[in-house]
Design a protein around this ligand. Sequence first.
Ligand SMILES: [Zn+2]
Length: 283
Amino acid sequence: MIIDSHVHIFPETLILNRKNLLDKDLTFRTLFSNNNAKMVTAEDLIFNMDKESIDISVILSMGWQDSGIVREVNDYIIDSVKRYPDRLIGFAGVNPLHGNAAANEIDRCHKLGLSGIGELHPDTQGFNLSDKNVMDNIMEVVQENNMIVNTHSSEPVGHLYDGKGHTRPEVLLNFINNYLDTTIICSHWGGGLPFYSLMPEVDCSLKNVYFDTSATTLLYDRKIFDISVSLVGSNKILFGSDFPLVNPKFIKKHLDQSNNSEVDKINIFYENAKKIFRLESFI
Ligand SMILES: [Zn+2]
């Protein structure tokens, strides 16, 4: 069993309209100006899941600025989860700067079957993830509905790439400390936050925090799978790819070939995801 906790899909209308949307939304422009940046539909995703033996994928939106794109992609994610209920879990896109409209959009998406919000992209969306004045409004709805948050995370050092941004361990930890009871997934290994779990007070803050392995092969040496398990434990790590940016087969290979025990691998491949996405009765 494999659950991929981090993939992105797009409605065909958006893919066909790609050129025009570059001017409309900074997140879109940052991530998709390069023609090599792939965009896929739900059908493309299911095809690849079948090919690579991925049982379930968590489809995330992105941190769009534009309310029209937010809603169009959310509607597509809702529809895709309805069409593939035993293969897909969905998260809603949201721009916290949209205030009450953002809170209402989260509530609408939850009623229509989505499990969380994200992936948030604070840099291109133009908000500070640490700022309670901006985040309280949407986090209230997230907490009321027992939803999960996935946020983009970035390393404070190293090479630059499209969309890297400044959502670094310090910002992430401030956000986490503001909402300790919420399940938060820091994507891309939390930009290195697992290392700081060696500080007891940081470890305490990470009670409801998970780290996904998305885009690992573009960022880190494969040793990260062994080192991170020794830092935070395999019960805090979720297998995720960032498909179509990275094919899950590459990340699967690094985890399979790591020195981790079978139990640790099973936790990362699906046990943790099964628990936090409440799939016990599902599979
Ligand atoms: Zn990301």
